[in-house]
Design a protein around this ligand. Sequence first.
Ligand SMILES: Cc1cc2nc3c(=O)[nH]c(=O)nc-3n(C[C@H](O)[C@H](O)[C@H](O)COP(=O)(O)O)c2cc1C
Length: 495
Amino acid sequence: MSEPPAEAPRRGADPRPGIPAEAQGSPQLAAEADSGAAPGPTPAFDFWRAIYERRSIRRFKPDPVPRELVTQVLHAGIWAPSSCNYQMWDFVVVDDPATNARLAALSAQMGNAPVNVIVSYGRDFSEDAWANIQSASAAIENMSLAAHVLGLGTFWITQTGDREQVRAIVGLPEDRLVVAVLAIGYPANPPRAGPKRRPLGHVAHWNHYAGQPIPGSPDPERWDPELLAVYQRARVLNGLRHNKPRAFEVEALERALDLLVPAGREPAADPARAPRWLDVLPCTGIVTERLARLRPGFRFDVVERTREVADFVAGRLRPRAQTCGWPRASGGLPAPPEGAYEVVTCLYRLENLRAVDRARLVAEMARWLAPGGTLLVAFVRRGSYHDLMEWARARRGGLGGVEYVLAPDPSIGPFRSLRADEVEREARAAGLVRSGALGLHAAPPRAELDFRLRNAGRRTRALVRCAAGLARGLEFLPGLRAARGRFQFRAYRRG
Ligand SMILES: Cc1cc2nc3c(=O)[nH]c(=O)nc-3n(C[C@H](O)[C@H](O)[C@H](O)COP(=O)(O)O)c2cc1C
């Protein structure tokens, strides 16, 4: 840091802006730590509160942050441990709006804070096991906690855009690795509670690991149902990556409903006695919410793997949905009542399941249906352009694994497209009789291509668009969408 703090630390200094009242006038630990020109006064703060109350802040007020506060934050950073105590970190603090604008052009995540700290570490100072990244990360965490104690918010940004460009913009030499950017500012709307953590009992092990391997593979056969439940609960409750279904996905769903579940468009006269609709494994519930808006004549229940996710979805619906548990009644959730539902929907969820669980779920859904009721299943068809997209994604490298499968939103977890005859066979085995079918999107809609190709080169974009345009021209051939459409809908009744 080229700019020294404005003044030497003083004990019992006057209250300063941005420092919580209870933290004023505390001993100058920082000064004592390095007995040099430490910034002060370092406020007292309950250690445990700092740990538990720090939150990632994604929106900041435009107010500038006094440099002396930023300096206190940086000072906490240099007291982090580092591999061999090399301390090969450098922090470039950007509070110049013009430079911040150049950084923001590389990554949308950097557009928002008045201060961005570029955290770098000696590129070659890694003895082993990414010691450079570990050391820089320790400093980032120290700084995040210190900022919180000072009434500031931080956002730890890994998606900085091209790191070499970040390095060049702030003039770091090539021997420095840009590890991350720590955005600092006054929180615009600090979250009241943090996203849930995995329970300690799941992550802490005494003497020997007692958990299960976490598959990185999108192959559902490798996912134990218990583990899938844990993963989905973490993803849903963390709440940050809830994709919204895209317009073409919603449009497909609406067409399927119009054709296969046309009843219930008008609000029920007596909601308490309205026919019941069960949405199966709704994940975030964003689609369930839409179903309830499109078919207000029904009363909605949901069945999920964990109580927390079921409650999360139920809370999105008015009136609040009743919650059930599957594959087993979990956390006190009852199994769905048999024979109770006029409509049961399972939209792009069979693809998440092992074959054995899928067959079991289809059989149970058949039992949850009321006599004459309709089961509506949506699935992504094997052999459609979906598989081609997945293949291209896997080949491209980069972001992959289960987190990035190209499932229709908001599917979370492993995903494998299904052969139509697999679904038909399981439905028949469950005593179901098909009452309707719809296939859509034999070729990718333009919006999907634009989204998938947003990072591709100009040539690839032009080539793929041209091929897709041709395929779209053929889409109207009789039977093609039924045979090759990515989105398949099937309606069944109990035989
Ligand atoms: C290395 C790292 C990278 C992160 N990247 C992002 C990100 O790209 N986008 C985002 O919204 N949050 C990001 N976060 C913040 C996490 O989502 C956040 O820490 C987590 O949800 C827990 O919330 P909390 O920090 O408020 O306790 C990142 C955090 C870390 C440590």
